[in-house]
Structures are given as structure tokens and as C-alpha cells.
Design a protein around this ligand. Structure first.
Ligand code: SAM
Length: 329
């Protein structure tokens, strides 16, 4: 397995299959795309199924164990089953989806080899859901969650982004997963770094405190720096990367954009690396370089500025002058 210079092994990859989405979630970094539903065929600028599979075959050589398929909405790809089917057997496949296309398709995905799914669900009320996602697909999402469970995906994790507009729904979502054995809840701290609106952020420590008071048991997963709370028989996990050095120190993922660029960090776009024409040799070389160059975002790329805030580390600042690029130091 390849490691970066901070000793972080890369055991997983997160592949975006498209930037198209049939939702327009207010909190999403893809905000502004609008309803871009269909066509279902891969577009020219998107990696083809062959490209994705070739990439996965290469990272398998480097001992990568897991792939998470995402987007945009990955289920807008009608070759999704093919991609999963052709993924090397040693790599565990999971997916993050808005759930709308799971009815009628969940079983095919499982047959193709999908092992786990996260479904985004930020509210338990059709009107609130509509306001958050700009879609009237609430019932379809509930149906999608049921279809995933019926197809044998257990647990199905519900992803909920916690910010000003959703924080009030946390208690009912916690009860909801407690009442449904096959469901777990993943509370994701709102990341303003990429979505803007820092005023929407809530103090995630308050959510930890609220759960801690109610939990029968708390587990800390050191590898991922995530805490799990068991409340009334339900499982709730918090993913809180913002300003969290420990989280970044435990990041074991490299990302791939839908256009086939390697990306060492979710929060950065200045480290994109092309995989060229996607020959295996080019992918190998680019993957090695990406791993070699990745750095923890908080604590290395961003450093504390003494006022409780963060600023870009001078070592990573590029100075643009006379049309050229030079390092600041
Ligand atoms: N369309 C799929 C979906 O709805 O889950 C996959 C793409 S979505 C970008 C992947 C995940 O990113 C979702 O679980 C979503 O909740 C999360 N996400 C998007 N914007 C976020 C933000 N600003 N802060 C934290 N999480 C965010």
C-alpha cells in the first residue's frame, strides 16, 4: 500500500462518476447546478466505464481495498452496474446516493457487487425536504431506502448534513434509526470551506454533547477519528472534519473527479493531477505522484493563525506574477 510523507496509507478511493444531479441541495458544493436530470448516458467529459475500471485495476495493484462511488448523483449513470460488476473482486464497493433511483435498481446493484450504501436524507418531512434539496422526491427517497434494505444492503446509512437548516431535525432522525434496525445515521458536519455560507455552521461539539447525554454506549474509531453513539438501540456516527487535525491525520482516501483528475484532498482544487489518456502506465505514475504529494489539510496545508482561525501555510502559497508561477518560499 502506498503511503504519503505523513505516514498515511492510501487504502481507499472515492470516485465521482458524474457532476450531474437531479437534486440541487442548498448545502452542496455542487450548489447551482440546478436540475440536470438525464441523459443517463455518460457525457463526453465524464470518465467512461472502461476508464473507471482501468483506474480501479491499477489501484488494486497498490493494495487499495475500498472504493466509494459518488457524484453528482452516481445513479444517473446507466453503466453503474457494469462499473460495479467489473470492479476487481478484492475492492469493496460502496456508494453515496440521493436514493431516488434505488427503487427497481437496488437488487441489480447488489447482484453486481455493491456492498454498502449511504443515502442522503436530511429531513423526515416532505416540505422541509423540498426546501433543502429543491426536489419533490421525498417519497421516492423513502422508497429508495426501503428498496436498499430489501435488496439486502444492511446497514443502510442515512447521511444528514448538520447545519442551521437541519440541526432541529437531529432528534427525530436519531429516533428514526433507533426504530429501524437496518438503518444507521451518519451526521456530517457542514463544510463551509467548499459550500460557502460559514454563518450556516453549527458547533458540532454541541451535537456530540447532546448524543453523549443520551447514549448507552460511545465508541471512538481511532482510525477515522469518528465517534459512534448507541442511542436506544440505534447507531449514530458523527463525521466532523472541519478544523479537525486528527481527522486529516487519519485520512486514507484519494479522490477522482468525474473528468478523471486525481485529487488528494476534498478541500483543495490546486492539487488536481491528470491521468492523461488513462493508460495503465499513466494512471500508475499519476497515482504515485498524488500520494507522494498529499498533505493533511488542517494542520499542514492550513495552519492556525493564533486568533482561533486558519490560514494557508506559506509553504503552499503560489505567487502568480507576469503570467508565471513561482513558489512563495
Ligand atoms: N448525490 C449523492 C448524494 O446525494 O448523496 C452523492 C453526492 S453528495 C455530494 C455526497 C455527500 O456529500 C452527501 O452525503 C452530502 O450529504 C455530502 N455533502 C455535500 N455538501 C456538503 C457540505 N457542504 N458539507 C458536508 N457534507 C456535504
Amino acid at each position: 500500500m502506498l503511503s504519503d510523507s505523513f505516514g498515511r496509507e492510501v487504502s481507499g478511493v472515492r470516485v465521482s462518476l458524474t457532476d450531474r444531479c437531479n437534486f440541487d441541495c442548498v448545502y452542496c458544493h455542487n450548489e447551482g447546478l440546478g436540475d440536470t436530470r438525464g441523459p443517463m448516458d455518460a457525457r463526453d467529459h465524464e470518465m467512461s466505464a472502461d476508464d473507471v475500471v482501468r483506474f480501479l485495476e491499477v489501484v488494486e495493484e497498490f493494495g487499495v481495498e475500498k472504493v466509494k462511488l459518488t457524484g453528482g448523483e452516481p445513479m444517473l449513470r446507466d453503466d453503474l452496474e457494469e462499473i460495479i460488476e467489473r470492479t476487481p473482486d478484492s475492492i469493496e464497493v460502496s456508494m453515496t446516493t440521493n436514493g431516488t433511483f434505488l427503487p427497481g435498481r437496488a437488487e441489480d446493484l447488489v447482484d453486481a457487487g455493491l456492498e454498502r450504501v449511504n443515502v442522503s436524507q436530511d429531513a423526515l418531512d416532505a416540505e422541509d425536504f423540498q426546501a433543502l434539496t429543491k426536489s419533490g422526491a421525498y417519497e421516492k427517497v423513502l422508497e429508495g431506502v426501503r428498496a436498499a434494505v430489501d435488496a439486502g444492503l444492511d446497514p443502510v446509512k442515512l447521511n444528514m448534513v448538520v447545519f442551521r437548516k437541519t440541526a432541529g431535525y437531529v432528534p427525530e432522525m436519531v429516533d428514526h434509526v433507533a426504530e429501524n434496525d437496518a438503518l444507521q445515521l451518519q451526521l456530517i458536519e457542514y463544510m463551509p470551506e467548499i459550500a460557502g455560507h460559514p454563518e450556516w455552521a453549527v458547533d458540532i461539539d454541541d451535537v456530540h454533547g447532546w448524543l453523549e447525554e443520551r447514549a448507552d454506549r460511545v465508541e471512538h474509531r481511532e482510525m477515522h477519528d469518528r465517534r459512534r453513539y448507541y442511542v436506544n438501540g440505534g447507531m449514530v456516527e458523527i463525521v466532523d472534519p472541519v478544523g479537525n487535525e486528527e481527522f486529516c491525520a487519519n485520512c486514507h482516501r484519494v479522490r477522482v473527479t468525474h473528468e478523471g483528475y486525481l485529487k488528494g484532498c476534498l478541500n483543495r482544487n490546486d492539487d488536481l493531477r491528470s491521468m492523461g489518456e488513462m493508460s495503465k502506465a499513466e494512471i500508475r505514475e499519476a497515482f504515485r505522484e498524488t500520494v507522494e504529494n498529499r498533505v493533511p489539510y488542517y494542520g499542514e496545508y492550513m495552519v492556525e493563525n493564533g486568533d482561533g482561525g486558519w490560514e494557508v501555510n506559506d509553504d503552499y502559497v503560489e505567487v502568480y506574477a507576469d503570467g508565471g508561477t513561482e513558489s512563495a518560499d
